[in-house]
Design a binder for this molecule. Structure first.
Ligand SMILES: [Fe+2]
Length: 300
């Protein structure tokens, strides 16, 4: 009897110098704890994995996801009431929810999503590729003074792009991965709004640099989808974006492994920086109100 894991047949093809591997020889529909260990090891090494020609049913997809932890429920997005942790996104002709800005999934939450497992149900004939970037490398290739500076900072993330500006969280700018122990850069164009310990204008300059730097082509992989491919990525050390260059239907199904508290690479070194009563105070409003709501002791 063959098991889901046919070790001898396991084919791992690296897709770029920075991250990403295509895996064949593993049947995810029949995966159990033994296969999950193999996948975890591969994910730690490659950060995003692609399993072509899997074609999982919703229940198989959910069962595979549960091997990696508790799944997030999305009552509004889920396909049916019986499977709140399973949801489907449809984009047709460029309309709908297309994640075409660089982001790490739901970094606007106190506990951002850990692992996403996506099933490409229907891909457009051309376009709609996804890019991922390696945030370990983005951190490691900064100069030593910049690495040290960033390690002492935190950043405010919000869900403004999703019309929920009240959804906010503060995370370390450099986080440490609980499994690999490696440090990674944790700011992104889509959700990160403000470096807490810097003034508004300093924050804008640093975030603009870091978000551009982190997504430099040499840290990335670009994947062209086929129907039936399962992709799985670790949001703690990557970010991603979809290329909104396609026409026609693009249907994805996904489950998400619930988040944990991002661990800082170093203790916070400075207090939040907010200037009291100046012409530029309006830029500090959001940060000030979030700090107040979360019980941060303030002197302004
Ligand atoms: Fe995403």
């Amino acid at each position: 009897m063959t098991t889901a894991l046919e070790t001898a047949a396991l084919d791992v093809r690296q897709l770029s110098g920075s991250l990403g591997a295509e895996i064949r020889g593993l049947s995810l529909a029949q995966a159990g704890p033994e296969e999950a260990d193999v996948v975890r090891t591969l994910l730690s090494e490659h950060l995003v994995l692609f399993f072509p020609e899997q074609k999982l049913s919703p229940d198989e997809h959910i069962a595979f996801g549960r091997l990696f932890g508790e799944l997030e429920a999305h009552p509004n997005l889920s396909l049916d009431a019986e499977r709140p942790e399973f949801f489907e996104l449809r984009a047709d002709g460029g309309a709908g929810a297309i994640a075409d800005e660089w982001h790490s999934d739901l970094s606007c939450q106190a506990q951002p999503s850990v692992i996403a497992i996506l099933h490409m149900k229907k891909s457009p004939p051309v376009g709609g590729d996804t890019l991922w970037a390696n945030m370990y490398k983005a951190y490691e290739e900064l100069s030593p003074p910049m690495r040290e500076f960033c390690e002492g900072l935190t950043a405010l993330h919000d869900a403004h792009p999703h019309d929920r500006p009240e959804q906010m969280a503060i995370h370390p700018v450099v986080r440490i991965h609980p499994v690999t122990g490696r440090k990674s850069l944790f700011v992104n164009e889509h959700f990160t709004r403000r470096i807490v310990e810097l003034s508004h204008s300093e924050s804008d300059a640093l975030l603009s640099f870091l978000t551009r730097w982190a997504t430099d082509s040499r840290f990335t992989v670009r994947y062209a989808w086929s129907e039936g491919t399962i992709a799985m990525w670790d949001n703690r050390c990557t970010q991603h974006r979809v290329l909104n260059d396609f026409e026609g239907e693009r249907v994805i199904q996904r489950v998400t492994v619930m988040g944990d508290d991002p661990q800082p690479a170093a203790a916070a070194r400075w207090e939040p920086f907010i200037k009291p009563f100046s012409a530029a105070s309006r830029h500090d409003r959001q940060l000030r109100s979030h700090l107040r709501e979360t019980g941060h002791k303030t002197s302004w």
